[in-house]
Write a protein that binds this ligand. Structure first.
Ligand code: GLU
Length: 309
C-alpha cells in the first residue's frame, strides 16, 4: 500500500509543477470563478481504506459525474425498460450537441451526454415533485459515499439555470418526441441540481466503490445494483464517459470513467479501486486536462488498465 501512496504523491507533485492546465469552464459563470491551480486525487479500496494526495478534501462541482449515479438510481427504479428511452452507443459528438437528436427521433445516444441525462432526470421525476426527486438523488449519493455532508451548491445550480438555454433546447426538443414527459422547467430543475452537487475526491471515490465491487458497497455491506448491472454501467462509462474524447480516454487510461465540466473524473478499476481525480482546467473536449494525465500515470504505474499493462 505504501507503493500506491507513493505513486499518488508523485502524481500530485507532477500536477503541481504543470503550467498548462487547460481552461476552466466558462459557460457556467460560477464554475469560471474556480481557481485552476488545484489538483486532488483519491483512491477508495474494497477494504474501506481511502488514499489521497493533493486537494482531495476540497469540494468541487461534480457536474456530469452525477450522471453515473442518476443512471444507477433510474435503472434501480425502472430496470431495463430505461433503454427504450435512451441508447447506449457513443455519440462522437460534444456533450451538449443537438444534431443527432433530430436524426434519431429524440432518443439520445446514451445516458451520459446532456440529452441522455436530461431524459434520465425525467424518468427519476416520475411520481415526484422536483424537490423530492432532487432529494432522492442527494440521499442516494450520501448513502453511496456513506457521508451526509454531501450537498448541493445552490449558487452553481442558480448559475446553470440562468445560463441553461442549450439544455432547455435539448429538453424541449425531446419533449416534442415524448422522450421527456414532464414540464421542461421541472426536468431541468432536477438536472441542474444533480449537476450542482458538490463533493470532494474522497467522497466521490467512496461513492463509486460499488462499481469496482460488483455492485456491492463494501462500506455499508449493501448490494446497490446487481453485479451484472455494475458490469454494464462500467461498459457504458468506458464507451461514453468522456463525450467525443471517450476513445482517447480509453486509449490513454484504459478504465471506465466519467468526467464533468467541473474538472472531476470518476474512474473504476473493476475489482481493484474507485478513483476520483479533480483539476478544474479542461481540455478542448471538456474533460479535465490534468485529471486525464493523472489517471494515465496512475494506471500505467499501478498496471490497473482493464486492457493489461
Ligand atoms: N451541467 C453541465 C451542462 O449541462 C454538465 C456538463 C458536463 O459536466 O459535462 O452543461
Amino acid at each position: 500500500m505504501d507503493r500506491l501512496q507513493h505513486v499518488l504523491d508523485e502524481i500530485a507533485e507532477e500536477a503541481a509543477a504543470q503550467d498548462d492546465r487547460g481552461l476552466v469552464a466558462q459557460y457556467i459563470p460560477e464554475l469560471a470563478k474556480v481557481d485552476p491551480k488545484q489538483f486532488g486525487i483519491a483512491v477508495a479500496l474494497p477494504d474501506g481504506r481511502v488514499l489521497t494526495a493533493g486537494n482531495a478534501a476540497t469540494a468541487f462541482s461534480i457536474q456530469s459525474v452525477s450522471k453515473v449515479f442518476t443512471l444507477s438510481l433510474a435503472l434501480g427504479k425502472l430496470g431495463d425498460s430505461l433503454w427504450t428511452r435512451v441508447g447506449r452507443e457513443p455519440s462522437g459528438n460534444p456533450f451538449n450537441s443537438i444534431v443527432q437528436l433530430e436524426q434519431e427521433k429524440g432518443r439520445p445516444r446514451n445516458p451520459f451526454i446532456n440529452a441522455g441525462a436530461i431524459a434520465v432526470a425525467d424518468l427519476i421525476l416520475s411520481g415526484h415533485e422536483p424537490r423530492e426527486a432532487i432529494g432522492e438523488i442527494v440521499r442516494f449519493i450520501r448513502y453511496l459515499a456513506d457521508d451526509d455532508a454531501v450537498r448541493i451548491d445552490e449558487r452553481v445550480a442558480a448559475s446553470e439555470t440562468a445560463h441553461g438555454d442549450r439544455n432547455a433546447s435539448l429538453a424541449h426538443f425531446m419533449r416534442s418526441f415524448g422522450t421527456v414527459t414532464h414540464p421542461v422547467d421541472h426536468v431541468l430543475g432536477v438536472y441542474f441540481h444533480q449537476c450542482a452537487i458538490a463533493m470532494n475526491c474522497r467522497q466521490l471515490a467512496r461513492a463509486g466503490l460499488f462499481l469496482a465491487c460488483q455492485g456491492r458497497n463494501p462500506l455499508t455491506s449493501s448490494q446497490v445494483v446487481t453485479a451484472h448491472r455494475a458490469r454494464r454501467i462500467n461498459a457504458i462509462m468506458l464507451m461514453c464517459g468522456h463525450y467525443d474524447g471517450s476513445g482517447e480516454f480509453a486509449y490513454r487510461v484504459g478504465l471506465p470513467g466519467k468526467s464533468g465540466v467541473g474538472g472531476g473524473i470518476l474512474a473504476i478499476a473493476p475489482g481493484t479501486a474507485s478513483i476520483a481525480v479533480w483539476s478544474p482546467g479542461l481540455d478542448p473536449v471538456g474533460n479535465s486536462k490534468l485529471g486525464s494525465t493523472a489517471l494515465e500515470q496512475l494506471t500505467k504505474r499501478m498496471q490497473w488498465s482493464v486492457f493489461g499493462s
